[in-house]
Design a protein around this ligand. Structure first.
Ligand SMILES: Nc1ncnc2c1ncn2[C@@H]1O[C@H](COP(=O)(O)OP(=O)(O)O)[C@@H](O)[C@H]1O
Ligand SMILES: [Mg+2]
Length: 255
């Protein structure tokens, strides 16, 4: 079974408000899909439904053909759905390095062994080091997770997600709140993840230049509905995106 992530008529209502409305979409390996749309369009809610933070009012989520709608978020993580913020296994008083090593260890399935403690596993340590370097946290390795700057905490979340080696990477505005010099580090990393053709990558991002440079495909959510889906150039040129992002009425062109 090839790895696909699929939502079928995925819907959630909050009271009378339909935040995600019958969204059907299939995501494939080797494809980075940007999810765009105005504030309140339902992008984060759609992620929450996929990763299991929220249960849908109707519809299904399928991973590699398996219906995972009934699974909890932690079980979905084990199936390979990676989402940065859901990493509740962060230890605020442990160092950055210790947090990443523990995540690598958890992902490797190596549990504590009396005679072979994890600290001795060179392969795990090297993997943790490689992740820290790739996300430019190498020089913060000794700092307690709780003492990191906001931008560095976001990077650590990405590092912990990478340690779990997910099949699906979900980034919800990964550069929000980062300083200008931190943004390229995260974008470079996502660009490098993309080179691994076996991964599905979903990226919610409102900066259109970022979307343009990274996305293979763009889907647009508007009032909870999927209103556009296609190649970046086509979708960006579509009236709905022109209107939502540039404030131009449909039918008119950008000046
Ligand atoms: N837990 C919730 N309870 C009630 N309404 C919610 C909840 N989560 C999101 N919403 C509403 O659903 C809509 C979509 O929100 P959200 O998915 O956060 O949008 P986006 O990420 O596209 O900005 C908004 O109107 C928001 O107020
Ligand atoms: Mg959001």
């Amino acid at each position: 079974m090839t790895l696909t992530l699929e939502t079928r008529d995925l819907t959630i209502r909050f009271g009378g408000h339909v935040a995600v409305n019958k969204v059907s979409c299939t995501f494939r390996p080797g494809e980075l899909t940007a999810i765009v749309g105005p504030n309140g369009a339902g992008k984060t809610t759609y992620f929450n439904l996929i990763s299991g933070q929220l249960r849908p009012s109707a519809g299904d989520v399928l991973l590699a053909g398996e219906n995972i709608t009934g699974l909890t978020a932690p079980l979905r993580t084990r199936k390979g759905l990676g989402r940065a913020f859901q990493l509740t296994n962060l230890f605020p008083n442990l160092s950055v390095e210790e947090n990443v090593r523990l995540a690598v260890q958890a992902a490797s399935g190596v549990h504590y062994e009396m005679l072979r403690p994890w600290m001795k596993r060179r392969d795990l340590i090297e993997r943790a080091d490689a992740i820290l370097d790739s996300i430019a946290l190498g020089n913060r390795r000794a700092v307690a997770a709780a003492a990191l700057s906001h931008g560095d905490q976001r990077k650590l979340e990405v590092a912990l997600m990478m340690a779990l080696e997910p099949k699906v990477f979900m980034f919800d505005e990964p550069t929000a709140g980062m300083s200008v010099d931190e943004v390229p580090v995260v974008l470079d990393l996502i660009g490098r993840l993309k080179q691994d053709q076996s991964k599905i990558i979903l990226l919610v991002e409102h900066k259109m230049d970022v979307v343009r440079s990274l996305a293979d495909r763009i889907i647009v959510l508007h009032n909870g509905q999927l209103v556009a889906d296609g190649k970046p150039a086509e979708v960006i040129a579509s009236p709905i995106v022109q209107e939502a992002y540039l404030g131009i009425a449909p039918g008119k062109t950008a000046a």
